[in-house]
Design a protein around this ligand. Structure first.
Ligand code: PBG
Length: 331
């Protein structure tokens, strides 16, 4: 290329000149079908309950959850990930409400399936923390530690009641060793070979889950550092990934998303199964709070955060903005 005096020989700015030019050369495109809506449903309430640290997100009643599911379908969202919030009095050390066929999550799965059928991929959180009185993701041993293998037995039962309720995909999120294999086995045993597993493969012990604890009314004693991963590690995630695939994961997930984009990129490069990322409650809260203060432009920041997650390698994104963003993107 001829270089004239001090003029640059290459001008990448040419491809940024107009909005249509920028759109044409865009390497990443968000689409409503990429999005999955996480939703909370609370037992025994007549009105949706706002979540203070997540403005715009509520604990749904059974009725408003059905409506939210229909709105998600209309917007073109692919899936919904359900979280149950039981009545406080129903929490116990074993998280019994999580395996009650009439427990709130199972009821919600049936409601949503009855309302939207297969129009949405219906997913459920498979974890005990919403149902235990101590707030941990598993059952405790005599010394108060989370007992891995005893917890696996509870997860197996949970998988079966969720599958019986009609869920398409279960999402084991407790980070117990062997959870994917045990859940696969439990599902196959009762003839639910078609229920898929979205494995929370790389799930970090994160301060950004804060608002979620309010969302599910969890009063966690201590922390989750003996089962969720240390934010310093990435090779560890590759090991978790290998194990989850070996145990039968159909899809894998990285969580949180924003602070772990490097992990997401590594995982996405390494696998040939669909990869999801979960933009969690704290990521949501930060943008909403800064926007409320007038410090950032909300709508642009939301799209940028989601584009970054997709660019890093997520094929599916769980985000509390799923329906809103899907509407904005159009089908
Ligand atoms: C565990 C679970 C958590 C989240 C999803 N599943 C909480 C935790 O691990 O502490 C967090 C989601 C969010 O923060 O948006 N059942």
């Amino acid at each position: 290329m001829t270089v004239y005096g001090s003029f640059p020989g290459a001008r990448p700015r040419r491809l940024r000149t107009t909005p249509t030019m920028r759109r044409m050369v865009a390497e990443t495109r968000l689409h409503p079908a990429d999005l999955i809506l996480p939703a909370f449903v609370r037992e025994g309430v007549d009105e949706p309950v706002p979540i203070g640290a997540m403005p715009g997100v509520v604990q749904h009643t059974r009725d408003t959850l059905r409506k939210a599911a229909v709105e998600a379908v209309e917007a073109g969202v692919s899936g919904i990930m359900l979280f149950g919030v039981p009545e406080e009095a129903k929490k116990d050390a074993a998280g019994t409400a999580g395996t009650d066929p009439d427990g709130i999550l199972q009821v919600a799965i049936r409601d949503v399936r009855a309302e939207v059928g297969d129009e949405l991929v219906v997913m459920s959180d498979l974890c005990l923390d919403e149902y235990t009185d101590h707030g941990h993701c598993g059952v405790l041993d005599a010394d108060g530690r989370v007992d891995n293998d005893a917890t696996l037995e509870r997860y197996a039962e949970m998988a079966q009641v969720q599958a019986d309720a009609g869920v398409h995909v279960v999402g084991p999120s407790g980070m117990m060793d062997g959870q994917v294999g045990v859940v696969r086995d439990a599902l196959d045993t009762i003839g639910k070979e078609d229920v898929s597993i979205l494995a929370y493969t790389a799930k970090y012990a994160s301060a950004f889950y804060g608002p979620f604890r309010e969302a599910v009314g969890s009063s966690l004693r201590g922390d989750r550092k003996t089962y969720q991963q240390d934010s310093a590690n990435v090779r560890e995630s590759m090991r978790e990934l290998a194990l989850d695939l070996e145990e039968g994961a159909d899809m894998v997930m990285v969580k949180p998303a924003g602070p772990y984009l490097d992990v997401l990129a590594r995982v996405a490069d390494a696998v040939d199964v669909p990869v999801a990322a979960y933009q969690i409650s704290g990521e949501y809260a930060m943008i909403e709070a800064a926007a409320e203060k007038g410090w950032i432009e909300r709508d642009k920041a939301i799209l940028e955060s989601l584009t970054g997650i997709k660019r890093a390698g997520a094929q599916m994104i769980l985000t509390y903005w799923a329906t809103e963003v899907a509407r904005r993107l159009g089908r």
